[in-house]
Every structure is written in C-alpha cells, then in structure tokens.
Design a protein around this ligand. Structure first.
Ligand SMILES: [Zn+2]
Ligand SMILES: [Zn+2]
Length: 331
C-alpha cells in the first residue's frame, strides 16, 4: 500500500498470531530502494514481502539497504535472507548489532542471566523453566548475521530521493532507532511509538540499567517534532505525534501509581507486584494468572522496568534479602 509518494507499507505476518503483523516500509530511491525492517524469517513473510513489492512495482533485487529499527525477531528476522537474495547491506544500531549473536546464536549465557534475573525477582522455582524458555520458539524465525553497517545517532541514510536522519531512541530495545525524514516531514518509529498499543519496555539482560528512563527521555525528544505522518512498526499510520506521546507518558504514570498502591501493605518482589496489578491482552483486562507464559515474563520484566524508574525517582527503595530483590515504598 502506498502511504506517501514513493513510500510503501507492506504488512508481513507473525507466525503465531493471525491478527498481528509487522509493517515493512519500502522507500523508492534513484540510488536504489531502502527497506525499513524485514519481518519474521518465514516463507509466508518472504512471500508477503515479494507480493508487496510487486504491487508497488518494485523489485527485490533493487533493494540496496535494509535498515532495521531494532533487534526483535519481527523486525530483524528476515534481513539476512533478504541480503542473501539481493546483496543489500543491512544496517542496525551498533548496540543492537552487538546483541545479535549473544541473543540468537550463542544464547546459553543470556538464558542463564534471564533465569537469574527472574529468580531474583521472585519467580517461583516451578515456573522458572517455562518463563525462561518462553522466547526460544522465536529463534527459529531469525537468521542471525552481523550487519554491514552499524548505525549511530545522527547518521544520515540516503537513497537519492529520501534522506533519513537516524535517531537513537533506546527503551523498547537499547539499540532502537527511528528514521526521520526532515524534508518530507515523516518519521518511521519502529516499536518506539505505536498508535494502538503501548510499546513494551522491559528490564532484561540486554536492556541497560534503566530502560524506562531511557525510553521516556527518548519519547520526550520526539515530542516537538513537526511531522505530518508517523509510520510505526505495527498498526496504522497516524498523525499528531505529540498527542500520542502524551498518552504513552500518561500510561506509564498510571502504571507507576498502580505499583505504588501494591506496596502500601509492605515490601514485595516484582513478581508479587505483577500479580496484583491489572494487565491487558488484546484490549481485554486479564489477570496475571491467566496470562500465557510469554506475557507473564513480559509482565514481570515490565514491572521491574517501572520499579527501576521509581527507584531512580526516589519513590521506592530496593533491598536484597536471601537472594531476592524486594521493593518498598519510601513514603
Ligand atoms: Zn520490538
Ligand atoms: Zn515489533
């Protein structure tokens, strides 16, 4: 689907959910086309990409660059196969580039660190293996390889017709980038700003020390951008970036208040807090015990991210007791 003159959105499927898709953007250029994000590494995804390019009257072999907004499998997964097919260069932020092999190739150390983190944050022993292994199925849909280009904040990517400024927007992933087209006044936001979902921000072994603090300052940096269109990694294209950012910031304030309420009756682990606060799955209120294993793990790591931010703000403190990390409200 043509979004703007020379900018096409191609929806690629998720292997586990018929209702969830990844937006790939094909940007026409006089010096070769750019693909932003790639979708999961699956036959269906490659097929959707080929069909989308065909509908846009573009050819896969004319893709010269594949720019990846972040390391997650739904964005990065297919990039190596595309490179093998058409010889394009793959570009990803230098931080996420360094995470590729530890995440998708030699991941024993990452699994161990995830297990330690979840145990320390109160996940009971009998639930640990399930939660630790909850993301393993995704590795099947990624072909890991080092990128040809490691991006940094402020880099400029051009294809002769469009010029994108790389904006480092850590939070959803530590090496997440958005691509800003100053002249045409649009921005490709990956999973940093979405229209109908609050982007997931979790504390994990690859997230850096305070992912939510990073996320919020990266959001605020975009607030004053004068763009007409926001092209996200999932869901519809939209406008009014400032309003959407306001709503996301408000959401995190609500989450922090909900967490603080659970601490009124004493100190708790992140796991215990996650069991007491409301969760939403596909728009429906869902109790923690009814979440699937992947959602449970995201709920715990997201709660830790909020607790790290509350700690930084001086509103909670953190003590370690018998190997467990406990939080208590300061006032
Ligand atoms: Zn993502
Ligand atoms: Zn995504």
């Amino acid at each position: 689907m043509q979004i703007l003159n020379g900018v096409h959105q191609i929806k690629t499927p998720c292997p586990r959910s018929a209702s969830w898709s990844t937006n790939v953007y094909a940007i026409e250029g006089s010096d070769g086309h750019i693909l932003v994000d790639s979708g999961w590494d699956s036959q269906e995804s490659l097929w959707a990409l080929q069909e989308g390019l065909k509908a846009a009257h573009l050819k896969l072999r004319d893709i010269k660059k594949v720019v990846i907004t972040h390391i997650h499998p739904d964005h990065y997964g297919l990039s190596t196969k595309i490179k093998q097919i058409c010889g394009a260069q793959v570009a990803i932020h230098k931080i996420d580039a360094d995470f590729i092999f530890p995440r998708y190739k030699d991941f024993a150390d990452l699994m161990q660190k995830t297990e330690d983190l979840l145990r320390q944050n109160g996940v009971p022993a009998d639930e640990l293996p399930q939660l630790v292994g909850a993301s393993l199925w995704m590795n099947k849909y990624v072909t890991p390889d080092l990128p040809e280009v490691k991006l940094e904040d402020g880099d400029v990517i051009s294809n002769g017709s469009f010029e994108f400024e790389v904006l480092w927007t850590p939070g959803h992933s530590l090496g997440h980038v958005c691509l800003y087209e100053r002249n045409r006044r649009f921005i490709i936001t990956g999973d940093h700003v979405l229209y109908d979902t609050f982007p997931h921000v979790s504390f994990n072994p690859q997230s850096g020390g305070n992912p939510l603090a990073n996320y919020i300052s990266a959001l605020k940096k975009l607030e004053s951008f004068n763009v007409h269109f926001i092209l996200p990694g999932h869901g519809p294209v939209f406008n009014a970036l400032g309003l959407r950012i306001e709503r996301i910031l408000q959401h995190h304030e609500e989450r922090k208040r909900a967490i603080l309420r659970t601490l009124r009756d004493g100190l708790k682990t992140a796991y215990a807090i996650a069991q007491q606060i409301p969760w939403t799955v596909n728009g429906a209120d869902t109790a923690f015990r009814d979440l699937g294993v992947w959602d449970k793990r995201m709920a715990v790591t997201e709660t830790i991210a909020h607790l790290k931010l509350l700690t930084k703000e001086g509103r909670v403190s953190n003590v370690d007791m018998d190997g467990a990390s406990l939080y208590l409200a300061k006032d």
